[in-house]
Ligand binder design. Structure first.
Ligand code: PMP
Length: 442
C-alpha cells in the first residue's frame, strides 16, 4: 500500500461533511489517506481493517488493480458522453452484462448516479408505469418504519428514519404510508439467519389496501434486509407475503438492494436469497465496487414494456447528466468480470459460517443484547446507556478505529459488512479487536 502522499490538511473548516457531527469531527478528525485490499491506512500510517467495505460499497476490496486499470483506460479514451440522445458502447455493454447477472429476469437497466437517485427514479417509474397502463390514480407509496431509501425527497418520504425526516417533515411527499418494521427483540433475539417470528406483519399491507383502495396505490418499497438502520432481517415468509399481496392488487413491489446487491448475502441479489421476485430493484454501491459513483434501477419486462407501448417520443422524461457515465461503466464492467472470474460469491459462501460463528462468540460480551447474522452482514445491538442513546456504540466505533478497525454504528447497533474477499485470518483479526473493545466498554 502506498504511504501517505500528502500531509493532512491544516484547515478543516471549508468542507461541510455529510451525516457527520462536524464540530465533533473537526475537533477529533479521523483521516484515511490510502487503501488496498482489506485495509485502509490513516494519516499516521496505521493500517485500518475495513469492517464495513467502505459504506457497504467495496465488495472486492480496495484499489483492485483490474478496476484501476479499466478506469484509467476509460478516462483516457472517452472521459464523458452526454446521457441524453447519445449513447456510448460501455453503457449498453454494462446494461447487457447486468441483465445476464440477474439471469435475464430484469430485462432493462436504467442508470443513475447513486442509491438515492435510484430510489427516486424507481418511484417515478412506478408512477409512469401505472399512468401508461391507464391507471393514473395509482399514486400512493408504501414504505416501512426504519426503512432507509436515501435522501432525495422521494426516498426520504418512503423511508422511515425519524432523524432523516424531522427537519423536512412538512415537505415530504404526500400519500405515503409506512408498514411497521419487523425488528422484534422479544421474539427474535440472537436469531442466526432469518428470524422465525413476524411474517404476519406483512398483512398490514392488506389493511392499507382496504383503507385507500388498490386503485390508488402505486408501489411498495422495502429493503430486503435493512442495513443503515441496523441490520434488520425480515422474518421467514414476510417478503413472500408482501409479494403475494402486491400481486393480488396490481401494486408494484420494489426491492431497494443498494446494500444487499452484489453479493452481500452470498447471492447476486437478496431476491435470490429470499426467492421472492420484485418488479423493480434499486441498486448502487457495489455495482462499481464503490470506485466511481453509480446507481441503477433494474426492471422486469412488463415495466419497460408499459412505457414502450405508448405514443412515439421520449418515453420517460427522467435522467441524470451522469447516468451511465463512461468511467462508472468501465468500473462496473471490471467489477462484474472479477465477480465472475474470481468466484467472489463462492468465496463468500466458503467463509460465511466462520463469519457467523466468530460473531456469535461475542454473545456473552458485556452490553450485547442481540446479534443478527445473514450472509456477510452482522448486526450487534448494544444496550443503550441511560439517557444517552447511541453513545455506547459510538464509543466502540472510536475505540475500534484507534485500534485499527473500521466499524459502522447506527444508534446502538454495530453493523459489520466487510469486503466479500475477507479471509479467515482477517475475520479473526476483526473479532479479536472488536471483542477487546466491547469487553472494555462501560
Ligand atoms: N437505499 C439504501 C437501502 C441504502 O442503504 C442507501 C445508502 N446507504 C441508499 C438507498 C442511498 O444511497 P446513496 O447514499 O448512494 O444515495
Amino acid at each position: 500500500m502506498a504511504s501517505p502522499s500528502s500531509p493532512s490538511p491544516s484547515d478543516l473548516s471549508a468542507y461541510w461533511m455529510p451525516f457527520t457531527a462536524n464540530r465533533d469531527f473537526k475537533a477529533h478528525p479521523r483521516m484515511l489517506v490510502s487503501a488496498e485490499g482489506m485495509y485502509y491506512r490513516d494519516d499516521a500510517g496505521n493500517a485500518v481493517l475495513d469492517g464495513t467495505a467502505g459504506l457497504w460499497c467495496v465488495p472486492l476490496g480496495h484499489s483492485q488493480p483490474r478496476i484501476v486499470s479499466a478506469v484509467q483506460k476509460a478516462v483516457a479514451t472517452l472521459d464523458y458522453a452526454p446521457s441524453f440522445q447519445m449513447g456510448h458502447p460501455a453503457a449498453f455493454e454494462l446494461a447487457d452484462r447486468l441483465r445476464d447477472y440477474t439471469g435475464g429476469r430484469f430485462s432493462q437497466i436504467f442508470f443513475t448516479g447513486s442509491g438515492s437517485e435510484s430510489v427516486d427514479s424507481a418511484l417515478k417509474i412506478a408512477l409512469g408505469y401505472h399512468r401508461a397502463r391507464g391507471e393514473p390514480t395509482r399514486t400512493r407509496f408504501i414504505g416501512r418504519e426504519r426503512g432507509y431509501h436515501g435522501v432525495g425527497f422521494g426516498g426520504m418520504s418512503v423511508g422511515g428514519i425519524p432523524g432523516n425526516r424531522k427537519t423536512f417533515h412538512a415537505s415530504l411527499l404526500p400519500g405515503v404510508d409506512h408498514l411497521q418494521h419487523t425488528h422484534d427483540l422479544t421474539r427474535n433475539a440472537f436469531s442466526r439467519g432469518v428470524p422465525q417470528h413476524g411474517a404476519e406483519l406483512a398483512d398490514e399491507l392488506e389493511r392499507l389496501v382496504t383503507l385507500h383502495d388498490a386503485s390508488n396505490i402505486a408501489a411498495v418499497i422495502v429493503e430486503p434486509v435493512s442495513g443503515s438502520t441496523g441490520v434488520l432481517i425480515p422474518p421467514v415468509g414476510y417478503l413472500k407475503r408482501l409479494r403475494d399481496i402486491c400481486t393480488k392488487h396490481g401494486i408494484l413491489l420494489i426491492f431497494d438492494e443498494v446494500i444487499t446487491g452484489f453479493g452481500r448475502l452470498g447471492t447476486p441479489f437478496a431476491y435470490d436469497y429470499f426467492d421472492v421476485m420484485p418488479d423493480m430493484v434499486t441498486t448502487a454501491k457495489g455495482v462499481t465496487n464503490g470506485v466511481v459513483p453509480m446507481g441503477a434501477v433494474m426492471v422486469q419486462p412488463h415495466v419497460y414494456d408499459a412505457f414502450m407501448h405508448g405514443p412515439a417520443g421520449i418515453e420517460l422524461a427522467h435522467g441524470y447528466t451522469y447516468s451511465g457515465h463512461p468511467l462508472a461503466c468501465a468500473a462496473g464492467l471490471a467489477t462484474l468480470d472479477i465477480f465472475e472470474q474470481d468466484g467472489i460469491l463462492e468465496h463468500a459462501q466458503s467463509v460465511v459460517e466462520y463469519w457467523h460463528d466468530a460473531a456469535f462468540a461475542l454473545r456473552d460480551a458485556p452490553n450485547v443484547i442481540d446479534i443478527r447474522a445473514i450472509g456477510m452482514v452482522i448486526g450487534i445491538e448494544l444496550a443503550p446507556r441511560a439517557g444517552q442513546p447511541g453513545a455506547r456504540a459510538f464509543e466502540a466505533f472510536r475505540r475500534a478505529f484507534a485500534d485499527g478497525l473500521l466499524i459502522r454504528v447506527t444508534g446502538d447497533i454495530i453493523a459489520l459488512s466487510p469486503p466479500l474477499v475477507i479471509e479467515k485470518a482477517q475475520i479473526d483479526e476483526l473479532f479479536d479487536k472488536l471483542g477487546k473493545v466491547l469487553r472494555n466498554l462501560d
